[in-house]
Design a protein around this ligand. Structure first.
Ligand SMILES: [Zn+2]
Length: 417
């Protein structure tokens, strides 16, 4: 007997080559089977979702959900399950001095799975600018924290911005890389100097430092330090990094996503691997509201629905080393699904510079469904005042596994002071 059966949708899971009218059954927090016309009497609970698409649970590879600890931390479920996203990667909101807040105060209170990166700056993003002096980085404390929370902390985050670069230069990236390697975890590097002060060719020295599996975030930034040279050509090191196996993520945020840059990169053929929001509280008011809005941007850029879904599921799952558990509807995977709707129409989406696509997005990804129809629904109106109100999503069937993982992380938090 299945615990939950979703009937009547079109399943889109490029990792399995699926794009067809199929039902999805979930049992004990895992995907039991995806098949045509599964009889309703085989499940304790049946939800009819006609006219929707079901994808593996969406993964936002770059968000900020250290709510209450940083000024711009979004409530995890607002950016997560209420918006159709089952897994959020927190991209280094916390550093070694503040990280304990995650297992103690954030993870126990949300349905969305959170996979945190640890900022190389010991105070994380509690202040902006983050790194303000040499003392902002404490390598020993970073290593201790990463070690204490093995299995929870997925990687180390560094930001190639001023004044950090003026204080440390490339040493900052090297320290972050060392912390990641010594801890046996990933490295995520933010490019794009929002202060626009540092030498833009820093990218040519940064990229050779990255190794297979490292993540470059803000691939479409128009700020100094992005991957295009003064003539709009990709720097040669970007091609080398792609060959090495570096992941290119396109976090939007408040300042680091340009359609013009994206188009130039796409035209040169070095496509991004992942889509993410870089969600923050002020960002949600001005520039980026949800993962589904990001998906709409990429449909507008000409990517197919399959490519967009891959960039929000299978690829980020691989980038965080969780491909055996997330990013696919294969039997036995964590029971994370997103129920979305693709609306045909003329939609306008903007980048951080206020530029819209000259070719309007013809399709928009939406998830808003009647909240009464499901156990855990969207909250219509939470983004009132924005056209993105329509882009609320929802996820169904949160896996018990998520809560168990979060509880385990919390249990590891040492009760001594
Ligand atoms: Zn960020």
């Amino acid at each position: 007997m299945y615990d939950l059966l979703l009937k009547g949708a079109t399943v889109v899971d490029p990792s399995l080559g699926l794009h067809a009218a199929l039902d999805v059954a979930i049992e004990r927090g895992t995907i039991a089977t995806v098949a045509a016309a599964i009889p309703a009497q085989e499940a304790r609970r049946v939800i009819e979702v006609p006219g929707t698409i079901i994808t593996p649970g969406l993964i936002d590879l770059h968000a900020h959900v250290f709510e209450g600890f940083t000024r711009f931390g979004v409530n995890p479920d607002q950016g997560g399950v209420y918006a159709g996203v089952t897994t959020l990667v927190d991209a280094g909101s916390a550093g070694s001095a503040t990280f304990e807040g995650f297992p103690r105060h954030i993870l126990p209170h949300c349905h969305t799975e959170i996979i945190p990166f640890l900022h190389i700056c010991q105070t994380g993003l509690a202040t902006i600018p983050d790194i303000i002096a040499e003392g902002s980085i404490n390598l020993d404390a970073t290593l201790r924290t990463a070690n204490r929370h093995k299995g929870l902390i997925c990687g180390i985050k560094a930001r190639m911005v001023s004044p950090a670069l003026e204080i440390f230069g490339m040493e900052m990236a090297r320290l972050a890389r060392r912390a990641a390697r010594e801890s046996g975890i990933k490295l995520m590097v933010h490019i794009g100097d929002t202060e626009k002060r540092y030498d833009p060719t820093v990218i040519r020295r940064l990229l050779p430092l990255l190794e297979e599996g490292d993540i470059l975030t803000h691939y479409f930034t128009a700020n100094p330090g992005g991957v295009l040279d003064g003539n709009g050509r990709l720097v040669p090191e970007a091609w080398e990094a792609a060959k090495t196996g570096v992941w290119f993520d396109t976090a939007h945020g408040q300042a680091n996503f340009s359609f013009d840059v994206g188009r130039r990169i796409i035209d040169q053929g070095l496509l991004p691997h992942c889509i993410s929001t870089d969600l923050t509280v002020p960002g949600r008011l001005r520039t980026v509201h949800s993962m589904t809005e990001m998906m709409t941007r990429f449909l507008g850029l000409g990517f197919t629905l399959e490519q967009v879904v891959t960039m929000c599921t299978a690829n980020p799952a691989k980038a965080i080393g969780a491909a055996g558990r997330l990013g696919s509807l294969a039997a036995g995977r964590q029971g994370d699904v997103s129920v979305l709707r693709v609306e045909e129409g003329d939609w306008t989406v903007y980048d951080v510079l206020g530029e819209s696509l000259d070719r309007q997005a013809r399709r928009s990804v939406q998830g808003a469904m009647g909240p009464a129809a499901v156990g855990m629904g969207a909250r219509p109106g939470t983004l009132r005042g924005h056209p993105q109100e329509l882009l609320l999503g929802l996820c169904l069937a949160r896996a018990n596994a998520v809560r168990a993982r979060h509880r385990a992380a919390q249990a590891r938090w040492p009760l001594t002071r």
